[in-house]
Design a protein around this ligand. Structure first.
Ligand SMILES: [Fe+2]
Ligand SMILES: [Fe+2]
Length: 266
């Protein structure tokens, strides 16, 4: 069996600081790293928004903190950028990572017959995502007849979350065309900080809960807030998403990243 753990949206800030002066995202990521190690995965994939201000002068100090925490993983790590990341800063902070199709940060690897693809979906400086022609050519070239999972930061389609969907994705139709005819089991995303999945382009697009704060999927209530009202993200117990690949079956699971105190005898 092959097991892959997904980390996403850790939004780590520099040592001694808090995310939006409120949340210790570094210690939340450390909690997830410990939980990931307990699952004994073969691979860990971080689907972006590794840090909060990656492309700014704050970036190097944030990446230093994130890299130190992620160094605690016992399994190999692959990283993808999110809209809060900077490509050059990520390359500098993680010199051992090997990415394809520069300047993009892509990867493609085989895990026991499962083709695992990492697709860079960012437009530096923007919140929304994209699948530009240079990425079409790369993805079309690496896709083959193996069962495949594509990891990327941005969902390429609306997820039923108006606040996040509003930031958009450029080239979703191209991505749908490119994967057509291939056995793409799933597009595993982050970005929306919610556990939500939709059927799209003959596959499933599924976002995992963030390693930082949770944005309520009850978006009707969230979007009904008057303009200027403070939007409150939940600081909820962390859950960890993982994928098991065994005998041609991909099963997608999650577990609490923090110990539960309650037990029942069954
Ligand atoms: Fe995020
Ligand atoms: Fe994001």
């Amino acid at each position: 069996m092959t097991r892959i753990v997904q980390l996403t949206d850790s939004h780590v800030t520099a040592r001694g600081t808090l995310w939006k002066d409120q949340v210790d995202t570094a210690s939340r990521l450390a909690t997830e790293v410990a939980a990931a190690n307990a699952l004994q995965p073969n691979l860990v994939i971080h689907t972006g928004d590794v840090v909060e201000l990656g492309a700014t002068p704050e970036g190097p100090a944030e990446y230093e903190q994130a890299a130190e925490i992620l160094a605690g993983l016992t399994a190999p790590l692959r990283l993808l950028p999110g809209n809060h990341d900077g490509r050059a800063q990520m390359r500098a902070a993680f010199p051992d990572q090997k990415w394809d199709n520069p300047p993009f940060l892509n990867f493609s690897t085989d895990m026991d017959g499962l083709h695992v693809i990492g697709l860079d979906s960012i437009i530096e400086g923007q919140t929304g995502g994209a699948f530009p022609q240079a990425q079409v050519d790369w993805l079309a070239d690496v896709l083959d007849d193996r069962p495949t999972v594509i990891f990327l930061h941005h969902p390429p389609c609306p997820m039923g979350l108006p606040f996040m969907d509003g930031f958009g994705f450029d080239g979703g139709d191209l991505l749908a065309q490119t994967i057509q005819g291939h056995d793409v089991k799933r597009l595993a995303c982050g970005h929306v900080h919610s556990d939500v999945a939709v059927h799209w382009a003959g596959t499933v697009v599924a976002a995992a809960e963030a390693s930082s704060v949770h944005i309520s999927p009850d978006m009707a209530a969230f979007d009904a807030l008057p303009q200027g009202e403070i939007r409150r993200a939940g600081i909820e117990p962390l859950r960890l998403r993982f994928f098991d690949w065994k005998d041609g079956v991909l099963s997608v699971k999650s577990v609490p990243a923090q110990a539960s105190r309650a037990q029942a005898v069954i």
